[in-house]
Design a protein around this ligand. Structure first.
Ligand code: GRF
Length: 205
């Protein structure tokens, strides 16, 4: 990345896209950051959000019997022209193959609605209620081959209150995520920029 060019994001999002919206609202074409493309595997609200913001949106559904490797190969081909500095998973409901991940080593991040390593996988809010956890929250992490297991970048915590349900937890966690995800992406962009500025010296942040 040169210091003149924007920090380029490609966002993969399958669902409602409220985190995508927060990233668009807080970062797109601001702070020298640009959302270059949104990829969705479903005809989701995320597609509408991208189109409303005039961001190229690529729809890549999975075909019956298509292997993960084959899907990810198509995904790689679609993403490549956008030359992303960071690939942001935001409610993307697919596990990526190791070939894809190695191609973008340390350039793929995800947000997961629990305090990892607790509650990997789905239905985290209900599992917090069932486990009578006193604390809940969200985690941003690098993506590796494991399910929700890559290196943790940041977490935000909240208390679970006696009257909380899975629905209220989801609402509160999403509010935390809408602050945390754009903040962390902006920090990663700044860090990448300072690496460029100090290339050849000992310091990289
Ligand atoms: C978020 O809670 C995120 O942590 C998880 O999926 C949810 C996506 O929500 N990965 P949205 O589509 O951004 O509204």
């Amino acid at each position: 990345m040169s210091t003149d060019n924007p920090f380029k994001l490609v966002i993969l999002s399958s669902g409602f896209g409220s985190n995508l919206q927060a990233i668009i609202d807080k970062l797109h074409l601001q702070h020298n950051i640009e959302v270059r493309a949104v990829v969705s595997d479903t005809p989701s609200e995320s597609v509408q959000r991208a189109l409303r913001a005039n961001i190229p949106c690529l729809f890549l559904p999975k075909h019956k019997k298509q292997s993960r490797e084959n899907y990810d190969q198509r995904l790689t081909e679609l993403i490549a022209p956008f030359q992303p500095d960071l690939i942001v998973l935001s409610g993307f409901m697919r596990i990526l193959s190791s070939t894809f991940i190695h191609q973008y080593e340390h350039k793929v991040i995800n947000i997961h609605p629990s305090l990892l390593p607790k509650h990997k996988g789905l239905n985290t809010h209900q599992r917090v209620i069932d486990a009578k956890d006193r604390e809940h929250g969200t985690t941003i992490h690098y993506v590796d081959e494991s399910l929700d297991g890559g290196k943790i970048i940041a977490q935000k915590r909240m208390k679970v209150l006696p009257f909380d349900t899975a629905a209220t937890l989801e609402q509160t966690v999403k509010a935390l995520e809408h602050e945390l995800y754009p903040t962390i992406i902006q920090k990663l962009a700044l860090k990448a920029r300072s690496v460029v500025l100090t290339k050849g010296s000992e310091t990289n942040v």
